[in-house]
Design a protein around this ligand. Structure first.
Ligand code: TXA
Ligand code: MG
Length: 361
């Protein structure tokens, strides 16, 4: 990254309990209206906001993230009726989903209106839209004029930020303001559902599961690449093709019965150590004592998916900070179509972090 992008002054404001800190949110809105950038909390992960209707703001977002500009941004609203302004057509399915899940962690892909510049949609004729449930975020969007484009507030290639601390690490000197609301609620990005195809397709799994969407819409499919082990087919959400969420170290997922996984991983850890590598393991609380690595990260109880989801990105960042070169992870979540819950989202992100490297033992 160019050093000059790190020169700007970033105002950091801690939001008050309940996000009723109107003054800071109002100021953030003013900055956005003038074409500036504000990193802000949402219920999923922190976002890096700019005015979605201003092409220059979108260009600034790409520059601040170091992100390729063919990777479209999500337009954040504060009220459902604004769907009609950003989408050319609002199918009945979109209204049913909005009714069921907005405000909340669901992003819909729709044909875009002329109001939304192509700079915001990465050149596409479709637009991603979401109405977050985070109260402070919604107030800020309203003060900003109603349409805030925001990718996750991480530098490209790093995990999405789940703590303000990570936003500050990545974005200080690159944005005008950072709104600090501590730890986010969910920790994985919103579910993305494409309503421009029939049946609708989940392009990115999240807290709103395919099963929940199916209950409202009847039939929903997964993008076929979401849980691929080889990772060879290109996903349909442009951003999902980049090797996101990747730790600097080499990460491999090991699947199987827990004692066998531990025996296999410990053998590999010995080899890596002999080769002079610092080693790490991501394990469930139930099995973390079985591993003999330099750094063992306990992600949570195996069944406590909400905790696992919230911890995952932070753990990946910690490995980077600790310069761990070789990482093994137990398998988490449930990638099968039958099971719902956060498991699918966890597995999808873990697979991506591992560059789809999985060993069955
Ligand atoms: O939870 C979230 O969605 C967070 C918070 C900040 O709201 N935002 C977020 O944005 O995760 P980002 O930019 O990191 O991820 C957006 C994803 C990318 O994979 C992008 O390719 C996809 O959405 N996307 C955006 N517009 C699209 C479109 N028109 N068609 C297909 N995929 C699209
Ligand atoms: Mg992102």
């Amino acid at each position: 990254m160019k050093a000059d992008r790190n020169q700007m002054e970033t105002k950091i404001v801690r939001l008050s309990e309940g996000n009723n800190d109107d003054k800071a949110l109002f100021e953030a809105g003013e900055i956005l209206k003038k074409g500036g950038l504000v990193a802000f909390p949402t219920e999923t992960v922190y976002g890096l906001g700019g005015d979605a209707l201003n092409p220059d703001s979108s260009k600034k977002i790409y520059a601040a993230k170091g992100r390729p500009s063919d990777n479209p941004l999500i337009v954040h609203l504060y009220r459902t009726e604004d769907l009609y302004r950003v989408a050319k057509e609002v199918p009945e399915k979109a209204l049913r989903l909005a009714e069921a899940f907005w405000p909340g962690p669901l992003t819909m892909i729709l044909p875009k209106s002329d109001l939304v510049p192509k700079e915001t949609t990465g050149g596409l004729d479709t637009v991603a839209v979401r109405l977050p449930s985070h109260v402070g975020a919604r107030k800020m969007i309203e003060y900003a004029g109603g349409f805030v484009a925001a990718p996750s507030a991480n530098l490209s290639g790093k995990p999405s930020p789940t703590l303000a601390k990570y936003v500050i690490e990545d974005m200080q000197g690159r944005v005008d303001m950072i709104l600090d609301d501590g730890e986010v609620g969910i920790g994985l990005e919103s579910t993305i559902v494409d309503l421009t195809v029939d049946p609708p397709q989940v392009l990115r799994p999240g807290y709103i599961t395919k099963e929940m969407l199916t209950e409202v819409l009847g039939r929903v499919e997964n993008d076929a690449t979401l849980f691929s082990v080889s990772g060879k087919t290109a996903p349909r959400a442009p951003g999902m093709k980049y090797r996101h969420y990747a730790p600097k170290g080499d990460l491999v997922i090991v699947r199987g019965e827990s004692e066998r996984v531990a025996a296999f991983v410990n053998e590999k850890l010995r080899e890596a150590r002999r080769a002079g590598e610092k080693t790490g393991v991501i394990a469930a609380q139930e099995t973390s004592s079985l591993y003999d690595a330099d750094v063992v990260k306990t992600i949570g109880k195996r069944r406590d998916e909400e905790v696992i989801a919230k911890r995952l990105y932070g753990i990946l960042r910690e490995f980077d900070d600790e310069n761990v070169g070789k990482i093994f992870s137990e398998s988490f979540g449930e990638e099968s179509d039958e099971k719902g819950g956060l498991g699918q989202a966890i597995m999808n992100r873990l697979l991506k972090a591992a560059g789809h490297q999985v060993i069955e033992v």
